[in-house]
Write a protein that binds this ligand. Structure first.
Ligand code: GDP
Ligand code: MG
Length: 174
């Protein structure tokens, strides 16, 4: 395809929730057991969406906490946000709320294309959050929600399909 649409996606969330593992599983098809936690990396992948090819740039951030300050690299020219928490950490969902607030404040908007992702479903014995905890929050926010495991490639594909759908919906509402 000559000129595929390009879309820039930021993967954000608390430290150690699996942002890098999800991103690498999606882009490279394997599970990384440990990844340097403070590094930010960008990945490119062509995503097929409803018969179109979309050139996605995926920015895997170093992670945010209550003290982190967003910069324009996380907000300017970004089409959508994959906001990750871990189902094993109630605190990571609390941080997700703060991170979303920071994004909206920085952008000066009250809504942004977003997918809320509850990661680490394979660690069900350590679950601190029910599916409803995430689903209810996402419905309040008016964004997509999904649970996933970075060990399962299929669930990471669904995350980015939802992300592209949210972005396309915001650009061309029907
Ligand atoms: P990040 O700081 O959000 O980028 O988190 P990482 O991707 O570096 O993951 C932090 C730790 O959690 C690593 O030891 C990963 O192997 C582990 N991890 C990430 N996702 C999953 C998952 O879905 N299931 C399990 N069991 N471990 C995960
Ligand atoms: Mg990381």
């Amino acid at each position: 395809m000559a000129n595929p649409k390009s879309r820039t996606i930021v993967v954000c969330g608390a430290p150690a929730v699996g942002k890098s593992s999800l991103t690498i599983q999606f882009v490279e098809n394997h599970f990384v057991d440990s990844y340097y936690p403070t590094i930010q990396s960008a990945y490119n992948k062509v995503i097929r969406f409803r018969g179109q090819e979309i050139a996605a740039e995926i920015i895997d951030t170093a992670g945010q906490d209550e003290h982190s300050i967003l910069s324009s690299t996380h907000t300017v020219g970004i089409h959508g946000y994959v906001l990750v928490y871990s189902i094993t950490s109630r605190q990571s969902l609390e941080l997700a709320k703060l991170i979303r607030e920071k994004i909206l404040n920085f952008k000066g908007t009250d809504s942004v294309p977003m997918v809320l992702v509850g990661n680490k479903t394979d660690l069900h014995m350590q679950r601190q959050l029910t599916p409803e905890d995430g689903r209810d929050l996402a419905s309040k926010w008016g964004c997509s929600w999904i649970e996933a495991s970075a060990k399962l490639h299929e669930t990471t594909t669904r995350i980015f399909d939802l992300m592209i759908a949210e972005i396309e919906k915001s650009i061309n509402p029907d």
